[in-house]
Design a protein around this ligand. Structure first.
Ligand SMILES: *[C@@H]1O[C@H](CO)[C@@H](O)[C@H](O)[C@H]1NC(C)=O
Ligand SMILES: *[C@@H]1O[C@H](CO)[C@@H](O)[C@H](O)[C@H]1NC(C)=O
Ligand SMILES: *[C@@H]1O[C@H](CO)[C@@H](O)[C@H](O)[C@H]1NC(C)=O
Ligand SMILES: *[C@@H]1O[C@H](CO)[C@@H](O)[C@H](O)[C@H]1NC(C)=O
Ligand SMILES: [Zn+2]
Length: 503
C-alpha cells in the first residue's frame, strides 16, 4: 500500500510547486483520476481481477443499481419493513438472490424460518395448546393431556378446537403471526418508537415461539426447513448461534443439550446427503448475557465438554441478548478465562459493540472481546468509535459480522447509508454480511442484507468484485478446522448460473 500511496503524494507535491512557480495552475485531471482510482482500489474487492463473464455481469448490476438509486423512494434510506416490498420487486434483488453468497456466519437458532411456516405448519399440528399472557403475548405447548397451567397466562386452549369454534381462523392466525415476529405492515416508527420498545417486543417474540420450536418434532422440521430456505437463497454454509435448549416430547419428557447438538449434527448430515454441494453447519453455543455469573461459568464448562465430544461440529461460544441491558464481558471474565486456564481452546464469537451509547461499561465490550481473543466480532456497530479496537481487529484479522437490517430494525441507525460499515467496506476492513434474525425482520435468509450492503453501503462504488469479496470473506472467516469436502463449487465461482436473459 505504501508504494501505491507515494505516487499521488508526489503528484500532489508537484502540483503545489507548480503553483509556486507561477505556471498555469488548475486541478490536474490525471492526478484526480489517480486519486479516484486509488480510493476505488482500497475498497472491499477493489483489486479483484474480473473475468469477461464477471465484467458483463457487473455492467448489468451497475445498470440495475442506477435504477435503484434514481427512484424517489431509495429503499436503503427507508425502514426495511416499508422497503421490503420495493426490494422484493427489484430486478437487482432477484439477481442477488441467484448469486452465490457464501456463508451466513451470524444467525440465531430460532429466527431462521419464515414465520409463515410456524403459523401454518407448527401451530396447525395436533395437540397444540395456546394461552394468552398478561402482557398481550401468547405461549404454546404441545401435550398429550391437558398441560399444567403457567403463571400469568390464561388457561390453555387447544388450538384445534379454538379454530374449529371460530370457523374463519384468519384473524387468529394473524394475531399469532404478529406475536412471533417483529415484522408488521403497520408503521414501524409508531409501532416501535424506541430501542426499549422494540427490544421488549423482540424478546417477547422469542418467548412466544419457544414452546413451538422446542417440541422435538417441530424442532427437527424447523431446522430442516431453515436449511432448505437458506440453501434456496444460495447460502452454502452456516454458523448457527444456538442456545441448545432442552427439547421436549409430547409426554413432557425432555432431552439434554448433547441430544440437541447431536440432532443438529444428524440432520445436517441428512441434508448434505441430498444437497451434496452444501458445505455444512457449525454450532456456536450461546448463553444469555443476563444470566448470573455462576450460570455462565457452567455454560462455559458445558461448552468445553461439548467441544470435546463434538470437535468437528461445535465451533465455540458466545453470549446473546441486548448488550445495553446485559452484563458486560468484563463482568464474566473469570468464567471466560476458564478454557485458557485449563489449557483448552474454546473459540469465542462475541457479540460486541451492538450499541450506540459511547463510553458506557457495555461500550468496552469491543476491546474486552479482543482481549479475550474473540475469533470474530458480532455486529461491531461501535467499532468506528474505538480506534484501538478497530486497529486490532484489522491487524489480527478478526472479522466483523455486519447485520444491516438487524441494526436498523433494532434502532441503531435509520438510514442505512449512514451505517458505520459503509466506511469499513470502503477501506476493506475484514467483515462479512449476515442476517442475524431474518424471521423476526421478515427478511430473506441473506439476500436482503446483501442488497442493503451492496446498494446502501456501496452506493455506486461497489461492484461485482465487492460481492465476490463478501462471499469469499464469509468462507475465509468461517470456523473450520477441516476444509469442507464438498465440491468447491457454488460458494466461490462467480458468476454462477444467473438466469437473467440479459446475460
Ligand atoms: C409441516 O411440514 C412438514 C415437513 O416440513 C410436513 O411433513 C407436514 O406435512 C407439514 N404439516 C402441515 C400441517 O402443513
Ligand atoms: C376470513 O376472514 C377474513 C378477514 O378476517 C376474510 O378476508 C376472508 O375472506 C375470510 N375467509 C373465508 C373463507 O371466509
Ligand atoms: C398477540 O396475541 C394477542 C392475543 O391473541 C393479541 O391480542 C395481540 O394483538 C397479538 N400481538 C400482535 C403484535 O399481533
Ligand atoms: C488470549 O491469547 C493470549 C496470547 O495467545 C493468551 O496469553 C491469553 O491467555 C488468551 N486469553 C484468553 C482469555 O484466552
Ligand atoms: Zn445476533
Amino acid at each position: 500500500m505504501a508504494v501505491r500511496l507515494q505516487r499521488p503524494l508526489v503528484a500532489a507535491a508537484c502540483l503545489f510547486l507548480c503553483c509556486v512557480a507561477g505556471v498555469r495552475c488548475g486541478p490536474d485531471p490525471r492526478l484526480r483520476k489517480e486519486l479516484i482510482d486509488l480510493e476505488a482500489s482500497m475498497q472491499i474487492g477493489g483489486r479483484m481481477v474480473l473475468t469477461d463473464a464477471e465484467q458483463r455481469l457487473d455492467a448489468l448490476l451497475a445498470k440495475l443499481k442506477q435504477d435503484e438509486m434514481s427512484r424517489k423512494d431509495f429503499p436503503p434510506s427507508m425502514h426495511f419493513f416499508k422497503a421490503r416490498r420495493l426490494i422484493q420487486a427489484s430486478p437487482l434483488f432477484g439477481l442477488l438472490q441467484e448469486m452465490p453468497k457464501g456463508a451466513v456466519l451470524h444467525v440465531h437458532d430460532f429466527a431462521m424460518v419464515d414465520v409463515e411456516w410456524l403459523v401454518k405448519n407448527a401451530t396447525y399440528r395436533p395437540n397444540c395448546y395456546m394461552c394468552f399472557t398478561d402482557s398481550a403475548s401468547v405461549r404454546f405447548v404441545f401435550a398429550s393431556q391437558g398441560p399444567k397451567p403457567v403463571e400469568r397466562c390464561s388457561p390453555w386452549v387447544l388450538l384445534e378446537s379454538l379454530r374449529a369454534k371460530m370457523g374463519n381462523a384468519t384473524k387468529l392466525d394473524n394475531s399469532i403471526r404478529g406475536n412471533l415476529t417483529l415484522f408488521t405492515d403497520r408503521d414501524p416508527e409508531t409501532e416501535y418508537p424506541s430501542q426499549d420498545v422494540v427490544w421488549n417486543r423482540f424478546e417477547a417474540a422469542f418467548g412466544a415461539l419457544w414452546g413451538l420450536v422446542t417440541f422435538a418434532p417441530v424442532f427437527r422440521d424447523y431446522y430442516m426447513e431453515a436449511l432448505n430456505q437458506f440453501y434456496a437463497d444460495n447460502v452454502m454454509y452456516l454458523e448457527l448461534r444456538a442456545l441448545l435448549p432442552q427439547v421436549y416430547e409430547l409426554d413432557g419428557c425432555t432431552h439434554d443439550q448433547a441430544w440437541t447438538l447431536q440432532t443438529y449434527q444428524d440432520l445436517t448430515k441428512e441434508f448434505i446427503s441430498t444437497h451434496p454441494d452444501f458445505y455444512g453447519v457449525r454450532i456456536i453455543f450461546t448463553n444469555h448475557r443476563h444470566a448470573k455469573l455462576s450460570v455462565v461459568t457452567e455454560a462455559v464448562k458445558k461448552a468445553m465438554q461439548l467441544q470435546k465430544d463434538f470437535p468437528d461440529f461445535l465451533a465455540g461460544f458466545d453470549l446473546v441478548g441486548r448488550e445495553d441491558q446485559g452484563k458486560t464481558l468484563w463482568y464474566f471474565r473469570d468464567a471466560l478465562a476458564l478454557p485458557a486456564e485449563k489449557g483448552a481452546t474454546l473459540p469465542y464469537f462475541f457479540h460486541a459493540g451492538e450499541t450506540n451509547f459511547q463510553g458506557t461499561e457495555v461500550d468496552q465490550n469491543l476491546l474486552d472481546a479482543l482481549l479475550l481473543n474473540t475469533s470474530r466480532i458480532g455486529h461491531g456497530f461501535a467499532l468506528q468509535r474505538h480506534p484501538v479496537a478497530k486497529d486490532l481487529s484489522r491487524k489480527r484479522r478478526v472479522a466483523v459480522e455486519v447485520c444491516p437490517i438487524s441494526n436498523q430494525v433494532l434502532k441503531l441507525v435509520k438510514d442505512l447509508r449512514n451505517h458505520p460499515a459503509t466506511a469499513l467496506m470502503m477501506e476493506d476492513h475484514p467483515l462479512v454480511i449476515s442476517s442475524d434474525d431474518p424471521a423476526m425482520f421478515g427478511s430473506s435468509p441473506l439476500s436482503s442484507d446483501f442488497y442493503e450492503a451492496f446498494v446502501g453501503f456501496g452506493g455506486l462504488k461497489s461492484h461485482v468484485g465487492s460481492l465476490k469479496q463478501l462471499a469469499i470473506n464469509s468462507i475465509r472467516w468461517r470456523c473450520a478446522r477441516t476444509v469442507p469436502t464438498g465440491p468447491a463449487g457454488r460458494g466461490l465461482n462467480f458468476p454462477v448460473s444467473v438466469s437473467g436473459s440479459a446475460l
